[in-house]
Write a protein that binds this ligand. Sequence first.
Ligand SMILES: [Mn+2]
Length: 468
Amino acid sequence: MSDRKNFIVLSRDVRKEIEEEIEEGKMVRCVSHLDSDGLSSACILSHALLNKKADFHLSIVKQLSIEVIGALTKEKYETYIFTDLGSGQISQLEERLKGKKVFVLDHHLPEKESEKIRQVNPHFFGIDGEKEISGVGVTYFVIKELLPPENSNEWLVVVGAVGDRQDKGERNSLIGLNREIVRQGEKTRKIKEELDLNLFGRYSRPLHKSLEYTFHPYIPGVSGDETEAVALLKKLGIRLKDEEGNWRRLVDLTAEEKKKLTEEIIRRIAEGETPSKPLDIIATHYINLVEKEERLKDAREFSTILNGCGRLGKPEIGVLLGLSRKREVLEEADKLMVKYRKELAGYLNKLKNSKLVDSRNGIAVIKPQANIKDTMIGTVSSILLTSLKDKGVVIGIAEMNNETYKVSIRAKPELEKLELGKVVREITKKISCFGGGHRKAAGAEIKKEKIGIFLNELMKEINQFQHF
Ligand SMILES: [Mn+2]
């Protein structure tokens, strides 16, 4: 059997086991990750459990840390489903949830296979969990038969996959199993692909705001800077408002205006000190054809909204947004979105102060003195990496509490052989801390007194692969 087939067969078997738990009337304890992939996973799992009238209890967590696992062991549940996390903590789960029925639906680099835990992870099937399927995709393959057929949630799979930056195909498109799911959504006329400038909020934001809010790719002088965004449009002779005084959006531009804007952005990226490739500005967009709210139509924008909800401490708003369309929730989500983008822009401006970023060889270290929230340090590290030409790795350090630092590590794809997730997991294990992740993105929680050893060990490993 092919790897894909084996993966599907395992997913189906695991689904049957979950169904048995539901039929026995077990209360299902669900735990998912805080980012847009994790929130999307939580949405479709909740949708399936609601559809099957199962009782469940859902928590959204930053990481499956020792403390979180500790808290779970004190609960009286018998059935656990972890989505978009868990594969890095299999030994811990085996040991501390002994005797319980545990399902792990994840795409992070797995620690090991397990006899006691039902783990569905593409990496065991030679499927690239970093590019071809994300946490919500794995969840989808497992529980899709439990969803109401008229609402099979392909859309949320696309949202989670672009949220995890799995759009690594030509023109930033989805590939592998993700693409299969897109095709499925196209067949049922729920999803449409479209090629356009890769600006945030094409359908929903005033154009100058779209420019200001775009960080992927990083547009030198414009990303995070409203005044400069307005100046750029004025210079190009593109009006900000239409005849009726409404803000114009990217989708309102004439072909001529769009061409001018595209050329200018390409020129800026090409001349700027950032590693973005000029053509990164053109991307494949995934549009939800059944959605009426404009700001929820585009998968990238929806994903940013989910991220904003999670990172600003309101993951429940994100989950509700994926499940229903309540007016109050949408307004709350909008407010969070504005706050999220403002915070991001604020942090990035702050990091222009070189005292807060330590530069060594090809590595940039964001010092804890930059005072970045622990929930934002990962996103900030990712964006900083895309804005630095001469750096292969960014290590962001943020204070979690009096004893602990949250550390986020991001590496460029050019450092092919570097497996950050594995490296971080091994170092943290040695120093009795917690950490793991993907090949090019990893995270750790490090006791303050151990940060020196951790950084030394980490840099030693990274330097073997650096050629920056
Ligand atoms: Mn994920």
